[in-house]
Write a protein that binds this ligand. Structure first.
Ligand code: Q9C
Ligand code: ZN
Length: 740
């Protein structure tokens, strides 16, 4: 609490309150978002004597009316009351209705304190009582939507404070604010709350959830390597992987797995141009990538916008060694990102903790930021790597999207950068370490190096010279992709490994390695048309966590495939088959029918199909999961013989369909051969021909899709850019109502 004697000394507010540690999992279950996070940060700052150099504040609960400025009354009431006794019996069930949320007896208070803390420090910074502030709060806030808690977030702390300054304290002169969200996840809640508001420029850099069609980027496999010739094919597969692993391996979903983190989301109405998303196409982004985005996007825009205050949704889950993020920002990187923002808004900066799950990484990163705000010593450190090739591509897309609003973004990036190389990344190192592992941070060691001028330090970044020799050198295509995806996986479905067949077989069983050399198109015509949905069968995951339209009973986790690498390509096609809905209850979708394709073709019918290029090994794993056999039957099934081998494809090709005896208990026991694309067979799974008769006779029920299922189908079709929403609805309705 020491009052600063030196009048030039920066007045930095530091807020921490032990009461926010009372929000914890109800049953003591391990969770990344746990009380130790803020304790670890506080202890680190104390051990470095930081609190003594700051103005230490404690938390106040936010008043309901301020929270209700961005949340619905219903949501405020729920979160405020969820910890009370009368919710004891319902708390667990209510939490399970939200995506990635838990509640206990301390949650209501902690949530109000976190929001109140942000109001408190923001007001003081806006007034000028403080130059800047760090609020070490939890639960985090940026995922919280007006009427929904999600992603470990209950109230949207930053949005509440931003709204407070703009609407409740106009006399403080805050008319324009910049919110920088550098948490590794998209700040969907904050974006939403100010989407039409030009007074808030929202900038988020995050890993992307959006699954883009890579077809235009990916060459097709060279001709005359037929799918039936695995040996010949191998060469092209290797070649393909080497060439394209970069753009493919992160292909898939990253929380929150929605499409609103896209750079196309630029704001609406008067807010158009005031929403900027920078979605990374892959993990591994680090200091150099963030600096590139700062230099080429954020800073030029901030310069023109000239905000009155900057709020940072400062998650530290893009930090090196974070168990969820997969990126690698060092404490020095964070300090640079922050330092570069201090040139705006007269240095009025409010930092709010969001995510960040490696205790050591977050403690060291916050420490580095605190030192920057205190401005006591010049920054010290260096950035070794160069931005990834994909970073320049993303920057280019973002600039293209926004240059009409921000002329400063019109400058062409040097062509050289766009065809640049990628750098080596210590990804293996990062992934093998958990939060318990020792992290040698360079904070202490590097203080011996001393730069006198800030410009000296950032200079090397602008010179990021491209080493032509480095081209593709660091790709390491054979192991990066799978390792990278397994990080995401373990978060999505911690039990995935346990559910996997073959779990204790070290290395690949022979059939797996053979079938992994062949690729097929898996044609999906149901919920799997929506990419994140299909990726559950590859990466693993709780289906319901990823989807919006949550459906009752849809809580069966998918173990994913043994080979978790993403589909190599996605394309759409229509096929002359009848789509229909049948069965009235499934464990995965609850009430309502599921999609089937009539096994026989009919030239008057047309069904949309989203085709994923995967290996035959993966197809086998998908087949098991789609038939829900991985649990009851998985061990013997998976470990023993595959359901579908190369010669079966030949049989299917001849007869157009192939019923699989081993799957006859499942819904989709019949393999259809739908032709070829790029010399690869197109396969799908549906019911058997005899079941068609049973559906017709009423022996087996025919039933339209439930609302949730319908939503997923429409989403898949619309996001696949095949048809409009209206057309999609009409298409599904027609399939659901026309007589079989
Ligand atoms: N399918 C923040 O960092 N992941 N939130 C759950 C379940 C949730 C992260 C995955 C990640 C939330 C503030
Ligand atoms: Zn996060």
């Amino acid at each position: 609490m020491a009052a600063p004697e030196d009048p030039r000394r920066r007045r930095v507010g530091l807020l921490y309150d032990e009461r926010m540690c009372r929000h914890a999992t109800p049953d003591g279950e391990i969770h990344p978002e746990n009380p130790d996070r803020i304790r670890a940060i506080w202890q680190k700052l104390e051990s470095e004597g930081i609190p003594q150099r700051c103005i230490v504040l404690s938390a106040k609960e936010a008043e309901d009316k301020y929270i209700a400025s961005v949340h619905t009354q219903r949501h405020v009431k729920l979160i405020k009351n969820i910890s009370s006794k009368k919710f004891n019996s319902r708390r667990l069930r209510i939490a399970s209705n939200f995506n990635s949320i838990y509640f206990n007896k301390g949650s209501s208070e902690a949530a109000s304190l976190a929001a109140g803390s942000l109001i408190e420090v923001s007001e003081k910074v806006a007034k000028g009582d403080l130059d800047s502030a760090i609020a070490i709060v939890r639960p985090p806030g940026h995922h919280a939507e007006p009427d929904e808690a999600m992603g470990f977030c209950l109230f949207n702390n930053v949005a509440i404070a931003a709204n407070f300054l703009l609407n409740e304290r106009p006399e403080l002169g805050i008319r324009k604010m910049l919110i920088v969200d550098w948490d590794v996840h998209h700040g969907n809640g904050t974006q939403n709350m100010f989407y039409k508001d030009p007074r808030v420029l929202f900038f988020s850099v995050h890993r992307s959830a959006c699954v883009t069609t890579t077809r235009n980027l990916v060459e097709s496999v060279p001709p005359d390597t037929g799918w039936f010739a695995p040996a010949a094919y191998r060469t092209s597969f290797r070649y393909f992987r080497r060439k394209y692993s970069i753009i493919m391996f992160d292909f898939g979903s990253f929380y929150p797995a929605r499409d609103d983190g896209s750079y196309c989301m630029i704001g609406e109405g008067p807010g158009a141009g005031y929403n900027i998303n920078v979605p990374w196409e892959q993990g591994q982004c680090g200091d150099a990538d963030y600096m590139a985005v700062w230099d080429h996007v954020l800073l030029p825009v901030a310069e023109s916008y000239n905000p009155d205050i900057i709020m940072i949704s400062a998650g530290f889950d893009a930090a090196v060694d974070d168990p969820l993020g997969g990126c690698c920002i060092t404490p020095y990187g964070y300090s640079l990102m922050l330092k570069k923002l201090m040139g705006f808004a007269q240095g009025k900066i409010v930092m709010a903790l969001e995510g960040g799950y490696n205790l050591k990484s977050i403690a060291n990163s916050v420490l580095a930021c605190a030192k920057v705000l205190l401005e006591e010593k010049p920054l010290v450190g260096s950035i070794e790597a160069q931005p990834l090739e994909s970073t320049w591509r993303v920057i280019q897309e973002v600039c293209h999207e926004l240059k009409t609003f921000w002329p400063a973004l019109s400058v062409e990036l040097p062509q050289k950068l766009l065809v640049s190389c990628r750098r080596p990344c210590s990804i293996e190192l990062n992934l093998s370490s958990s939060s318990e592992s020792t992290v040698e941070n360079d904070e202490g060691a590097s203080t011996t190096l001393c730069a006198t001028n800030f410009v000296d330090i950032i200079e090397p970044l602008s010179k990021l010279n491209i080493d032509e020799d480095n081209h593709w050198k660091a790709v390491a295509p054979d192991h990066i992709p799978t390792k990278q995806s397994s990080v995401v996986l373990s978060e999505e479905c911690p039990n995935a490994q346990a559910l996997m067949p073959d779990k204790n077989v070290d290395g690949c069983t022979p059939w797996r390695s053979v079938l992994s050399e062949t690729e097929v198109w898996y044609g999906s015509y149901g919920s799997n048309m929506w990419n994140p949905e299909f990726l559950c069968y590859i990466k693993g995951g709780k289906v319901r966590c990823l989807s919006y339209g949550q459906v009752e009973g849809m809580n069966e986790p998918c173990p994913g495939s043994r080979d978790k690498s993403s589909p190599k390509d996605v394309i759409w096609k229509t096929v002359p088959h009848r789509l229909f809905f049948a069965r009235s209850l499934t464990c995965r979708w609850g009430k309502g029918g599921v999609a089937f394709l009539h096994p026989e073709s009919n030239k008057n019918d047309k069904a949309y199909m989203c085709m994923y290029r995967i290996t035959l090994e993966q197809f086998n794993d998908v087949l098991l999961q789609e038939n829900s056999l991985h649990q009851e039957n998985g061990r013997s099934q998976g470990a023993g013989t595959p359901l579908l081998v190369l010669s079966d494809i030949g049989v299917a090709a001849e007869n157009k369909s192939l019923p699989l005896e081993a799957l006859k208990a499942g819904c989709y026991s019949n393999i259809l051969y739908l032709g070829e694309e790029d010399n690869l067979p197109i396969l799908t799974m549906t019911c058997s021909c005899s079941e068609i008769d049973q559906f017709r006779s009423g022996e087996l029920p025919v039933s339209g899709p439930s609302n949730g299922y319908m939503n997923t189908l429409v989403r898949g079709l619309v996001e696949g850019k095949q048809i409009t929403r209206e057309e999609a609805i009409a298409y599904i309705n027609d399939a659901a109502t026309r007589e079989l």
